[in-house]
Design a protein around this ligand. Structure first.
Ligand code: GLU
Length: 290
């Protein structure tokens, strides 16, 4: 009698789990559900990873077709932990504006592209990480002494890179924005376009993550300066399809390992030493995969 009661209870529990959708993605009858990225990685030894192609020190495509930078190296490390060697990783360009769409449509499996974790984006994608916490700052021409801090951006022409959060943090009030400063936005499709427009005086300042600004300032030495008035925490997440918790947990384990074995420090120094940026080598607090 007791055995039968346990069996009934177990069956009921299993039914409840199925009804609640708590089973794995892959256990759907007929195998119609998509596999998790982790499972795909393990089986095929391949991953398509979205990175920036135009951001020096983070994700930059070189003339020989290869892509280099901190995001690219972190992606390679995480891919290896998921069972995919470097030769199995295909890097695909993602811009600030198409990151969510590329993940949702399956054009990329994962995104490592200076991709801040935000509540708005969490509605559409799941984030592993963060693997770094950047802070927003301001880039101006080297000979411009009229902008020394973020508050000086009032009435200045400020770059608005499509799909990016940064301009909002300056122009809008909280909760989405931060500083609520009356600057004039000037449209651009990317941060490389922002920087080109800053150089030819089509705008006065570029506001975004200190890592991005340090990369551009270092690439064109003497042309620009970072004002060093940081604000906001930009938690760099690894974007993936919403609900892919299995992959998210594996990514988080890889990120923790990357800090614990010293690789994160090595990679940060490799790409940002000499830029004047103060680097943080502590593993960032995980965001959780929910
Ligand atoms: N991290 C910020 C963001 O995700 C700015 C950089 C970017 O757009 O890639 O919006």
């Amino acid at each position: 009698m007791r055995v039968r009661q346990i069996a009934v209870a177990a069956a009921a529990a299993a039914l409840a789990l199925t009804a609640a959708g708590c089973g794995s993605d892959t256990e759907a009858p007929g195998g119609s559900e998509a596999k998790s990225v982790l499972q795909k990685a393990k089986e095929s030894k391949k991953l398509v990873i979205g990175v920036k192609f135009d951001q020096p020190a983070l994700g930059l495509k070189k003339p020989d077709g290869t892509v280099e930078g901190f995001d690219v190296d972190v992606a390679k490390y995480v891919a290896k932990e998921l069972g995919v060697p470097e030769s199995g990783v295909e890097f695909k360009e993602t811009t600030s504006a198409n990151r969510e769409a590329f993940i949702q449509s399956g054009q990329v499996d994962l995104v490592f592209a200076t991709y801040s974790i935000t509540d708005e984006r969490k509605q559409k994608v799941t984030f592993g990480g963060p693997y770094y916490v950047a802070h927003q700052d301001t880039l101006v021409r080297a000979d411009d002494n009229s902008i020394k801090k973020a508050q000086d951006l009032k009435d200045k022409k400020l770059c608005k890179a499509a799909g990016s959060n940064s301009y909002k943090r300056v122009i809008d009030p909280p909760p989405d924005g931060q500083l609520d400063i009356d600057a004039t936005p000037v449209d651009a499709s990317s941060y490389s376009e922002c920087v080109a427009k800053l150089k030819n005086k089509a705008l006065d300042a570029v506001t975004t993550d200190d890592l991005i600004l340090a990369g551009f300032a270092n690439q064109q030495k003497g042309t620009f300066k970072v004002v060093s008035d940081p604000f906001s925490d930009e938690k760099y997440g690894v974007g993936m399809k919403k609900g892919d918790t299995e992959t998210c947990n594996a990514v988080n384990a890889a990120v923790t390992k990357m800090f614990e074995d010293g690789t994160a420090k090595t990679l940060l120094e490799k790409h940002f030493d000499g830029t004047g940026l103060k680097l943080d080598f502590e593993v960032p607090k995980a965001e959780g995969c929910a």
